[in-house]
Write a protein that binds this ligand. Sequence first.
Ligand SMILES: *[C@@H]1O[C@H](CO)[C@@H](O)[C@H](O)[C@H]1NC(C)=O
Ligand SMILES: *[C@@H]1O[C@H](CO)[C@@H](O)[C@H](O)[C@H]1NC(C)=O
Ligand SMILES: *[C@@H]1O[C@H](CO)[C@@H](O)[C@H](O)[C@H]1NC(C)=O
Ligand SMILES: *[C@@H]1O[C@H](CO)[C@@H](O)[C@H](O)[C@H]1NC(C)=O
Ligand SMILES: *[C@@H]1O[C@H](CO)[C@@H](O)[C@H](O)[C@H]1NC(C)=O
Ligand SMILES: *[C@@H]1O[C@H](CO)[C@@H](O)[C@H](O)[C@H]1NC(C)=O
Length: 320
Amino acid sequence: MLSFLSFTLLALSFQLVYTDKSTPAKPNAFDLDSIKYFYAFGDSYTFVQGTAGHANFSFIGDALEPDFTPAELTTNNIIPRNTSSEGSNWVEFLSGCFQGLPSECKTQLWDFAFAGADVDAALLPRHHDYTLQLVEQVDQWIQYASDVIPHPDNETLTAWWIGINDTGDSFGNSSIPDFRAFWEKEMASYFNAVQLAYNAGLTTHLFLNVPPGERSPSWVGRPDAPQVRSHINLFNEVMDEYRDRFAKQNPGATVMFFDANAWFNSVLDDPARFGFTNVTGSNTSPDPQGFFWYNAGHPTEAVHRLLAEAIRAQLQGDDL
Ligand SMILES: *[C@@H]1O[C@H](CO)[C@@H](O)[C@H](O)[C@H]1NC(C)=O
Ligand SMILES: *[C@@H]1O[C@H](CO)[C@@H](O)[C@H](O)[C@H]1NC(C)=O
Ligand SMILES: *[C@@H]1O[C@H](CO)[C@@H](O)[C@H](O)[C@H]1NC(C)=O
Ligand SMILES: *[C@@H]1O[C@H](CO)[C@@H](O)[C@H](O)[C@H]1NC(C)=O
Ligand SMILES: *[C@@H]1O[C@H](CO)[C@@H](O)[C@H](O)[C@H]1NC(C)=O
Ligand SMILES: *[C@@H]1O[C@H](CO)[C@@H](O)[C@H](O)[C@H]1NC(C)=O
């Protein structure tokens, strides 16, 4: 069974490479340039600051006041370089929408991510009473935005990056005896929200998994870092299962995946190649040249820029 699978994968990758060379149209390519509406859900790695947002946490609204009028949404400006890095973040680099009204960008960034979000307040406590968890971000979009901002199937991409806080918050929580079972509950809630978003018209999805938090300044060098690593890897494994299931149950959906965990590891393993001179410490100065980490748990703008480039390259099927 396993060897049949490996053979199939080998054959498949051979075919992709082979076809790549023989025809200009890449069979695995996704045309990012056709995307005019870029939606995002997630946590601090993904949020951008809006003039109608909760300061340092969101583009618009919070858990205490998730509602907004159509006018509040369409006049809400992205404040440039106000993310969890010292500058712009990956969704801004990927969409090219860095500031001002999203509707004035060539690719409009509509970002419902909230800094510090977990998947679901029924499973893990909110960091603050105003923290809008992922399932609530989706609800917020459905209730107050889905009829206001366009999302035509052929011009819309929705990005999901969640779990960084869930894995951090739950590590060492002794009231959770079985983490596979706990992650299954989280994924059931997560993919229920994805399903609701799909049912409300978001059909093309890009999922990122949790990066290696054990290599961030919070954990690196600590004796329990290997346990954090297994903790995160299990979350990602269960996420793979639920993402595949969502794709099978929704043949009309386009489901893409970027392995952020593998990408972070590849950069951290060979930092000089990517221009980093320090991958274990952090530097919150306005110009943290050479640093991978901006603070104990968040990467610098340079990392966000490279990440967006790597995602773009993968989606377009470029030879890496
Ligand atoms: C998407 O579909 C609409 C309606 O069919 C069409 O006008 C538009 O050009 C399409 N966009 C792209 C990028 O193909
Ligand atoms: C980001 O914006 C908030 C207000 O929305 C402000 O309080 C904060 O100082 C800004 N941060 C930076 C780094 O500009
Ligand atoms: C937002 O974060 C910046 C940078 O950490 C900080 O200087 C500022 O005081 C924060 N703003 C608010 C309103 O908390
Ligand atoms: C989660 O979110 C908070 C913001 O509420 C942040 O300070 C923290 O470092 C994040 N990361 C982890 C791994 O918990
Ligand atoms: C530990 O997990 C349980 C079960 O989900 C949750 O109710 C509790 O709030 C968590 N504790 C902390 C400190 O996050
Ligand atoms: C990385 O940066 C930290 C924080 O500034 C510093 O303490 C550490 O010595 C640096 N490590 C290297 C290898 O330069």
